[in-house]
Write a protein that binds this ligand. Structure first.
Ligand code: ZN
Ligand code: ZN
Length: 311
């Protein structure tokens, strides 16, 4: 069998682990199948596609991955609000403030990205939950586009029609339209001038609370891992997330330095939780896919059980 030969050529099957990446079903640019092939070429043997708020790409990712020996865990990344982190952020802001004054409002939610693993597409209770988040996303993007029009930057939303219908739409898509319309030079400028928090076309997100999302996912048998806790969260946030009952922490992430990876790993080990690893890969134009440094053996806790069940 050709695929088997290809997969077993040399010695053992690829052992690399990547439990966080995005396809064009959310804000990535590759089809799930292309992403799966790329991962396999880079030495990944175990992977989860974790598009934002949708499991729509999982079947294609698994089908194509399976042809090349890739074992696939279903996954999704859900942006949540975490009220329990508000005091920590307020303390961090107070410590930073030196009279210059901040632009953030203390009542904006602190966002935690929750990676949910192990829930198959089609599970009604979870799909309904994801659909409600996509509806909120869709509404927000439509309102931001209306605001841009009021500000003198009307956009042709035609290219987003399908995305608006599915709800897999967000600020990056508006940013690309602003660039294509010639209002800004690049996506970065679109955010800095118009779409970033506090800028003229920005609107707050409506988000599910982490505690509720976690309870729902775990109640259905899923595993909830806090994504990149060292990226934007205030210092000490990981401890709060552990107290809130997450099953694991994404220790290895491109935004984490070595000391952070180690700290998160130790925190997981002390609490019997899963330390996870992800590339958060979105787009080959933003950089080559890096060969993963972690393997299944680096992951403990409930997530490891899910990985072992894949065979
Ligand atoms: Zn994220
Ligand atoms: Zn992500």
């Amino acid at each position: 069998m050709i695929t088997l030969k290809r997969h077993t050529r040399g010695s053992a099957p690829a052992a690399g682990l990547d439990l966080h990446c995005h396809s064009w079903h959310s804000d990535g640019t590759l089809a799930p199948a292309e992403l799966a092939r790329r991962l396999v070429r880079a030495g990944v043997g175990l992977a989860a596609l974790t598009d934002h708020d949708t499991l729509a790409g999982v079947a294609e990712f698994r089908r194509e991955g399976g042809l090349h020996g890739l074992r696939v865990l279903p996954g999704v990344e859900v942006t949540c609000a975490c009220a329990e982190l508000l005091p920590l952020r307020a303390a961090a802001q107070a410590a930073r403030e030196d009279g210059a004054g901040g632009t953030r409002c203390g009542t904006d939610p602190v966002e935690v990205h929750l990676l949910v693993y192990g829930l198959e597409p089609g599970l009604p209770a979870f799909e309904d939950f994801l659909a409600s988040i996509r509806a909120m996303r869709r509404e927000r993007v439509a309102q931001m586009a209306a605001r841009l029009a009021e500000l003198g930057l009307p956009l042709e939303l035609g290219p987003l029609t399908a995305r608006l219908e599915s709800g897999s739409v967000g600020r990056p898509h508006l940013a690309r339209l602003l660039q294509e319309a010639g209002y800004v030079k690049n996506v970065n400028e679109a955010f800095q001038s118009w779409l970033a928090e506090g800028r003229p076309a920005w609107l707050p997100k409506q988000l599910p609370e982490l505690r509720q999302a976690l309870a729902l996912a775990q109640g259905l048998g899923g595993v909830g891992v806090a994504a990149h806790p060292g990226k934007v969260l205030p210092a000490g946030a990981a401890h709060v997330l552990v107290d809130l009952g997450v099953d694991g922490l994404e220790a290895r992430h491109p935004s984490h330095r070595a000391a952070m990876v180690q700290e998160l790993q130790q925190l997981c080990r002390r609490n019997g939780l899963s330390a996870s690893a992800g590339s958060d890969f979105h787009d080959p134009a933003l950089g080559r896919y890096q060969r993963p440094a972690w393997q299944r053996e680096d992951v403990g806790g409930r997530l490891r059980l899910l990985l072992d069940a894949l065979g």
